[in-house]
Design a protein. Structure first.
Length: 735
């Protein structure tokens, strides 16, 4: 084993160390060495992270171990000359790579905040809060008492004992939400009730932990406990959090939306996110609290933005995972000298620290979960999950070491404890989770979420509405408001009018507010719909194309002239639809809606076939029925079998159609929408649809269609026949 480790470490550093020796006389040797250090940390961290993931551990543990291999514990032990050449103790050189690591800390906290789901915490706040409070309090007390009893040789200064004890208590109390989330998701437990409680508890742990750490670090920066300084830090932190989670939410969303909509340069939104992170980090620094709190809060605010969160997370996460994480965690491991564990006293102290951390965290989390109403098996799983420290503990220890509240030996003890408790957590959590049964209500919720993951409407994040001041434009604005209100989607309205007004915006907001579902135990009420209106002299294709690049999932069109005398779509409608690359919805208000665009008494008919596009139209109809609390009629239209088709082909087609019908009925049931269904077989589907609308006294037909190629907008023969012959309002949804 020793021979293998020695060869791996030697190979990892041979190239950069040799190259540095050759370039050592050049004027830019420090820059060359910095690149060699970064390249080595990335290489070894990536390889070790890959290895650890393959054996069921978190990649961050591999990156830490990679740093340990490159440090004095292994590489420096077997080949000290090469290790000192690659990682010299020169203060100037260390400051360069430490700067990269410090940026990495802020980015890690930014991403951790973006993954924080406050809606999840609200839904299960009792169990999560009880588990988190108990799970923090008990190990904190244990860690504090341990810090008070530490030998003076492990303290940086005797007068720092109180701050060091507080710091050690906090380090033992919090969990690593990233490691917990990885294991829970790997086991497909993220959406289980218990999995959500575990994640929510870890989120609370992280949030409370960073606030406590920020306050303790403000004490450490002053060296003594000054009640006035403590009060200033606590009040400043409270004020910062209050302003951030009230006014800050709207400001951050407004800035992201403005930047996305008006900047044409690459990665403008990512640059804005980094500026927000830096601004909040500097703000917390000015009030006497560490920058990590500002970065974490910035991530929470960015993550709650209703647009672009997935794209931002991917863009930031890739660079952070590839560069900053291996550098930061590699340096953290590099700073840990495990050779000190040859001292029996320090070895016993390390084992005691691991035991106190594990027993304290497990006992506290178990007791809190049980008191919060969970069963014994669920409380057992929570206790196992909360014992992971991982990245959070390493960040805390690194900050403490840099600020002088931890000695090098105590830092090594904490990093060792973090690695071992994190490696113990995955197998114990897997064992505990497999013992938790699936309840019927939980099964129903999981089935709904699985259905929505493949659905059309739940995937919509932002709507674009192009309307004029006609009754048809008002009708479309109202339909858009009902759809947006069910999920709190932001909407942009392009309104064509001679004198700018906000009629469409007011109509849309009113419909959205009326269509917002009430909060339930399982789901929080969606946020109010944010509407932006841009007045246009004419709804041109150029205006639509300019707006489209800003990121929309559906364009809804409402103009006075929808069809021409021939019964096909007007040329202006065709040009507008052609300028938008995504799904398009076009509506025509007839019957009662031609005089009154109110949608309070919608009686919806949705014809379906066996195609996916018809299912998308049915999902829109379900959303409208849910918003207006009306019953929905589903008409399964099947054409008569053509001659020459085999029984096998006809049977396969019939099964596909039945599957689509079952899927729609399931979606409607999951959304609490009552459904009447009928099946009609006829050679002329359009005739059947119009006849069914007349018999059922329906006032809106919603059809899922597909665009046909060509310059003129066309949805096929059936849609064209319905458009030409209908006496009732119709909404075409082309996905």
């Amino acid at each position: 084993m020793r021979l293998i480790v020695r060869r791996v470490a030697a190979l990892a550093a041979l190239v950069p160390a040799t190259a540095f020796a050759a370039a050592g006389t050049s004027s830019d040797s420090s820059q060359f060495l910095l690149l060699a250090q970064v390249a080595t940390l990335i290489l070894v961290g990536r390889l070790m992270g890959e290895f650890m993931q393959r054996i069921g551990q978190a990649a961050v543990i591999g990156q830490l171990l990679g740093g340990v291999l490159l440090g004095p514990s292994f590489f420096g032990f077997f080949w000290p000359h090469a290790q000192h050449a690659l990682f010299p103790s020169d203060a100037h050189q260390m400051s360069m790579i430490n700067a990269i690591a410090q940026i990495g800390i802020l980015l890690l906290l930014l991403l951790a905040g973006m993954e924080t789901d406050f809606a999840l915490i609200k839904r299960i706040r009792r169990a999560a809060a009880s588990t988190s409070i108990s799970g923090i309090a008990l190990p904190f007390v244990c860690g504090f008492l341990l810090g008070e009893s530490l030998p003076t040789s492990l303290l940086p200064k005797p007068e720092y004992r109180l701050v060091t004890a507080l710091f050690l208590g906090t380090a033992l109390a919090i969990s690593s939400v990233k490691v917990v989330a990885v294991v829970v998701r790997e086991m497909n437990f993220a959406r289980r009730n218990l999995g959500q409680i575990i994640l929510a508890t870890a989120i609370i742990d992280d949030t409370v932990g960073w606030i406590i750490i920020a306050v303790i670090l403000s004490l450490a920066s002053r060296g003594t406990v000054d009640l006035h300084s403590v009060g200033t830090s606590v009040l400043g932190t409270a004020l910062f959090l209050i302003v951030s989670f009230t006014l800050g939410r709207r400001v951050v969303f407004g800035l992201i939306r403005f930047t996305n909509d008006h900047f044409v340069s690459d990665a403008a939104v990512v640059a804005l996110i980094l500026l927000i992170m830096a601004t909040l980090a500097l703000t917390t620094q000015l009030i006497g609290v560490h920058t990590v709190l500002g970065a974490f809060v910035a991530g929470i605010l960015v993550g709650e933005s209703p647009i672009l969160t997935r794209e931002i997370g991917v863009q930031l996460g890739g660079l952070t995972s590839a560069l900053f994480m291996p550098v930061f965690f590699g340096l953290a491991g590099l700073s840990a000298d495990l050779t000190i564990l040859r001292d029996p006293t320090l070895l016993v102290l390390t084992l005691g620290l691991i035991l106190i951390a594990s027993v304290g965290k497990f006992s506290g989390a178990f007791a809190g979960a049980y008191a919060g109403g969970l069963s014994g098996r669920e409380a057992l799983a929570l206790g196992c999950a909360m014992n992971a420290r991982g990245s959070t503990e390493v960040i805390v220890a690194s900050i403490g070491l840099s600020m002088g509240v931890l000695t090098q030996n105590l830092y090594t003890l904490i990093v060792t404890m973090a690695m071992i408790t994190t490696m113990i957590m995955p197998p114990t959590l897997r064992w505990a989770l497999n013992r938790v049964p699936l309840a019927p209500q939980e099964k129903a919720r999981l089935e709904k979420e699985e259905t929505e993951s493949r659905a059309f409407v739940p995937g919509l994040e932002r709507l674009l509405v192009a309307v004029d001041e006609s009754m048809n434009g008002t009708f479309v604005a109202r339909l858009a408001g009902l759809i947006a209100g069910t999920r709190g989607m932001p909407v942009t309205v392009l309104q064509e009018d001679a004198l700018p007004t906000r009629r469409a915006e007011n109509v849309l907001k009113g419909a959205a507010n009326a269509g917002r579902p009430s909060a339930t135990k399982e789901e929080a009420r969606p946020p109010a719909v944010d509407v932006t209106t841009r007045s246009q002299k004419a709804l041109s294709a150029e205006a639509i194309a300019l707006e489209a690049h800003r990121g929309y999932d559906l364009l809804m069109i409402g103009r006075e002239c929808v069809r021409d005398r021939a019964g096909v779509f007007d040329e202006d409608i065709s040009r507008i639809a052609a300028a938008f690359p995504g799904p398009v919805a076009v509506a025509l208000a007839l019957g009662t809606h031609a005089k009154d665009a109110s949608c309070a008494n919608l009686n919806i008919l949705v014809p379906i076939t066996g195609s996916e596009v018809s299912r998308h139209g049915a999902e829109v109809a379900v959303a409208l029925a849910r918003a207006t609390q009306r019953r929905l009629s589903v008409l399964h239209v099947a054409t008569q079998a053509a001659r020459g088709r085999t029984l096998e082909v006809l049977g396969a087609r019939r099964r596909e159609q039945e599957a689509v019908l079952r899927a729609i009925l399931k979606i409607a049931d999951q959304n609490g929408v009552r459904v009447r269904s009928a099946v009609k077989v006829h050679a002329n589907p359009a005739q059947v649809i119009l006849e069914q609308a007349r018999r059922g006294k329906h006032n809106l037909i919603v059809m899922g269609v597909s665009r046909r190629p060509g310059t003129a907008l066309s949805f096929g023969d059936v849609a064209a026949a319905v458009l030409e012959g209908t006496e009732y309002s119709v909404l075409f949804v082309a996905s």
